[in-house]
Design a protein around this ligand. Structure first.
Ligand SMILES: Cc1cc2nc3c(=O)[nH]c(=O)nc-3n(C[C@H](O)[C@H](O)[C@H](O)COP(=O)(O)O)c2cc1C
Length: 383
């Protein structure tokens, strides 16, 4: 599969195109919109989230509720377009030069982007660099989540820490674990920790500051054999890391025990192999991937998110035109977007896993893919 997306943060709409999505998958548009809503909520989000109520409008690739195998395309309208149609007009209309943004924000693409693309108005950079773009990537992933559901593959996210305040260690995930996470505004498990984090977000907000954190992505019921050891760009850990790193504000990706492995002996961090009716492990330090191939265990990836770089108590910068010392510009902004980043990462993971799944079990239709998958499962069951 391939996907393309386009759209500026305050432009008319976001656009997504998915090419190669197989036929005969029933698409639940409400479930896609639900993912878009999950991306928008979470304690610590800015005012913009209350303006937007994102919904996709499908333009092609689906007929009577089912995919056709042809390119799927969709739009997500900017509900605030009325207020932006002049400052973001695609036509060469008269506009007040005073609307230009010339104070680049540290931590953003503002300065490097303006220099690279020879712009004097930083809005020409920040509009596309903004994480608003992730709404269309979330929708693309939401289609893929529906594809993966047919094969029982589940993808979830939880917040591990925000601003250094850690949720409790999770050794076993009980039956209702993900329902509990879904009920938390911060996607954490422990209620006391949740209220401590809320206080810390409130405090940061009062002080014009922002917070980052760590999320964990869990992918379960994944078959052995997605990805490959045979070539650098086929390794599924590398592919996941690249896609996760491409999300705005992500600064680290850790597969399984990750950095902890470096401090331990080999005997402590590798997952011994056992056999009873089939091969199995008693531990999962590797996070479900060995040699660039899924090993059938839950894929666990931790992702570090930096604090939001737009501060209401702005950092120092230099005016792009006058070269005078200035305060960085302030766009309407979140205080903490860590839970939302988790939701986007789930959907990014869904894209990667669906794409790898189709490479292994690919066919033009749901039926053909099911046949391929079931054949492989019976081979595995008889090992
Ligand atoms: C879901 C989400 C929401 C974000 N919201 C904001 C925001 O409101 N204000 C802001 O300055 N940065 C926000 N960011 C982060 C910036 O887009 C990002 O830090 C910036 O584009 C620079 O890219 P980099 O951090 O990947 O280097 C958000 C990131 C994510 C994932």
């Amino acid at each position: 599969m391939k996907f393309l997306n386009a759209g500026e943060s305050h432009g008319k709409c976001l656009i997504g195109i998915i090419e190669g999505f197989p036929s005969n998958f029933e698409i639940n548009v409400e479930a896609i919109n639900k993912e878009l809503t999950r991306r928008q909520i979470g304690y610590g989000r800015g005012k913009r989230m209350s303006i937007e109520k994102d919904k996709i409008e499908i333009a092609s690739g689906i007929r009577f509720g089912k995919t056709l195998g042809s390119p799927i395309s969709f739009t997500i309208k900017n509900k605030d377009w009325e207020n932006w149609k002049i400052p973001m007009s695609s036509e060469n209309i008269y506009h007040d030069e005073g609307i230009s943004i010339t104070q680049p924000r540290p931590g953003h693409a503002d300065l490097s982007g303006a220099i690279k693309y020879r712009q004097t108005d930083i809005r020409n950079i920040l509009e596309r660099a903004s994480a608003r773009e992730t709404a269309s990537r979330t929708a693309v992933g939401a289609f893929c989540k529906q594809l993966l559901e047919h094969f029982n593959i589940e993808i979830h996210s939880r917040v591990v820490n925000i601003g250094g305040i850690k949720d409790v260690e999770i050794s076993e995930k009980g039956n209702n674990f993900w329902d509990e996470i879904e009920l938390s505004e911060l996607r954490v498990y422990d209620k006391d920790i949740e209220s401590q984090i809320k206080d810390s977000i409130d405090k940061a907000k009062k002080e014009g500051d922002t917070l980052g954190g760590v999320v964990e992505i869990s992918i379960s019921n994944i078959p052995i054999g997605l990805g490959s050891h045979t070539f650098y760009d086929k390794k599924i850990d590398g592919i996941l890391a690249q896609h996760f790193m491409s999300l705005q504000a992500v600064k680290g990706v850790e597969i399984g025990d990750g950095f902890k492995c470096a401090d331990n002996r080999g005997s402590k961090i590798h997952d011994e192999i056992f056999y009873e009716n089939n091969f199995y492990r008693r531990t999962n330090h590797a996070g479900g991937i060995e040699g660039g191939i899924t090993n059938g265990e839950e894929i666990l990836v931790k992702v570090a998110i930096k604090p939001i770089p737009t501060l209401m108590k702005p950092l120092n910068t230099v005016d792009f035109e006058t070269k005078e010392k200035k305060e960085a510009s302030k766009e309407r902004s979140d205080v903490c977007a860590v839970p939302a980043a988790g939701v986007v990462l789930e959907n990014i993971a869904a894209w990667v896993i669906a794409d790898e799944f189709l490479k292994k079990f690919g066919g033009d239709s749901l039926e053909e893919i099911k046949d391929n998958f079931n054949n492989y499962l019976s081979y595995i069951e008889n090992l």
